[in-house]
Ligand binder design. Structure first.
Ligand SMILES: [Zn+2]
Ligand SMILES: [Zn+2]
Length: 459
């Protein structure tokens, strides 16, 4: 092992207990997006004890208070800024045996957050920044999971945030200004064969809140006086399902609605039914195109039943594309760390999931890769962290080693990756202009006094 690698691994190992303790604490205190105050407080205290000065998202004048923060570690030599981030939020998954107040870290963000603390501690060890140029920005971001759409829409209305996703919100606030490249490690429950895995990217997504409004009445005695919003909603979902064969495989479109439940008793015709859904896809263009078809189907179903319909569409996350050259560097580091046969990087494989890391990859080169060490189903009630050594310590070591490779020798490799990267948008500002296309909040079916019906399923 060369001296540099040995120094970095020793620095990571020295703080293993700090990393493991953080992982357990955050697992036991799960909170969903934009409410992750306990994890936030825990990490802030430890970052400050390590001597870091933090830019806190709850103390930013001009913006609403949300969890999350970042700190810049300057090497003292000019060069690019590398952002390493971890996510804070849990999922609403009340049936998980270890859920707390209905929430659990069934996506493993507790491990990511702990990993970034481990990196922060290791970077304080003597010699860690020797020979490096540029800046390392360590960032803890809230709200990766795009859930609780009603709550998030309220936060947007109140002006607390402008976007559903934490990284997009952080971009909007300028916390990525001056960042040249970004990386993060997610957890995977992919078994024992590999320690590190990575695909080429993820679907993008947009968020839909679909509200059918009918009229309540006695379900037995006077159903003829009611308008059944539940039937309109299920008919709308059926119409969307019947469109599935018109979707093209290349676009990877996913539409997965959930009914939020009737707010009435069994002997009442339901007067309101809310559906939340995403439309996911490989490209923004495909998502825009297919979303119009889904909205048309949803509106047609409302008209068929004589129901009102309100559609609230919001931008979600952009398609994620890992930078090829950056990915090769990460793969090389991972192979060197755990052995070639323990690493599986697939350069042509795309997931139909989504992450707001996609928004980051629209404007700078980025890689999100995964460490194994969990068992069960991602987003499932059987998901547990089983091997913190593989899950957390591999992530700490690999990211430290990648940062070292990127920023050594005048940050030559980081500069090379930045130079060859082709952004999907010329600037973060252009990116925000484009995703505005998904913003729609309107009545989608208008009933005229003359009996005419107008469907308004586009902006
Ligand atoms: Zn996740
Ligand atoms: Zn997730």
């Amino acid at each position: 092992m060369d001296n540099r690698k040995e120094l970095i691994i020793k620095a990571a190992e020295k703080h293993r207990q700090l990393t493991f303790d953080a992982e357990r604490y955050i697992w036991k205190h799960p909170q969903t997006g934009y409410t992750e105050w306990l994890a936030n407080e825990y990490l802030i205290e430890r970052f400050e004890t390590l001597g870091y000065e933090l830019i806190r998202a709850d103390r930013d004048p001009g913006y609403g208070k949300i969890p999350g923060f970042y700190t810049d570690i300057k090497t003292g030599r000019p060069g690019p800024t590398l952002c390493i981030m971890g996510e804070l939020d849990a999922l609403d998954i009340a049936n998980h045996p270890e859920s707390v107040n209905g929430m659990c870290h069934s996506c493993g963000h507790n491990a990511q957050a702990a990993t970034v603390l481990g990196i922060a501690a290791a970077l304080k060890e003597p010699g860690m920044l020797d020979g490096l140029s540029g800046t390392i920005r360590l960032m803890l971001v809230p709200a990766e999971e795009m859930i609780q759409l009603a709550f998030r829409n309220d936060l947007i209305k109140q002006g607390t945030v402008s976007y559903m996703g934490g990284k997009v919100e952080f971009m909007h606030r300028g916390y990525f200004d001056g960042v040249d490249l970004a990386m993060m490690v997610h957890q995977s429950s992919g078994g024992d064969r590999y320690d590190f895995v990575c695909g080429r990217g993820n679907n993008g997504c947009m968020a839909k809140t679909i509200t059918y409004k009918g009229k309540s009445s006695h379900a037995g005695g006077a159903p003829h006086l009611g308008i059944n919003a539940q039937y309109a909603a299920t008919l709308g979902i059926q119409a969307c399902n019947d469109l599935r064969e018109t979707l093209q495989e290349k676009d990877h479109i996913r539409f997965h609605p959930i009914l939020k439940g009737a707010n009435c008793a069994v002997n009442i015709i339901p007067d309101e039914m809310v559906i939340e859904s995403y439309v996911r896809g490989r490209t923004i263009e495909a998502m825009k195109r297919e979303n119009v078809k889904f909205n048309r189907a949803l509106a047609g179903a409302a008209a068929a039943i004589g129901c009102r319909l309100h559609i609230n569409d919001k931008p979600g996350y952009s398609p994620e594309i890992e930078d090829g050259m950056f990915m090769e560097l990460v793969e090389d580091v991972c192979r060197d760390l755990v052995g070639e046969d323990r690493v599986n990087f697939e350069y042509d494989s795309y997931s139909t999931g989504s992450s707001d890391f996609g928004d980051i990859t629209c404007v700078m080169p980025g890689v999100q890769f995964s460490t194994n060490g969990a068992t069960g189903t991602m987003h499932g009630i059987d998901l547990y962290l089983s091997d913190p050594e593989r899950l957390c310590m591999n992530a700490v070591k690999a990211q430290l080693l990648v940062a070292d490779r990127l920023l050594k020798d005048g940050a030559e490799k980081a500069k090379e990756i930045v130079a060859q990267y082709k952004p999907r948008y010329a600037s973060i500002k252009d990116f925000f202009e484009d995703i505005k296309a998904f913003d729609m909040d309107q009545e989608a079916v208008l009933y005229g006094e003359d009996g005419s019906i107008t469907l308004r399923f586009t902006k």
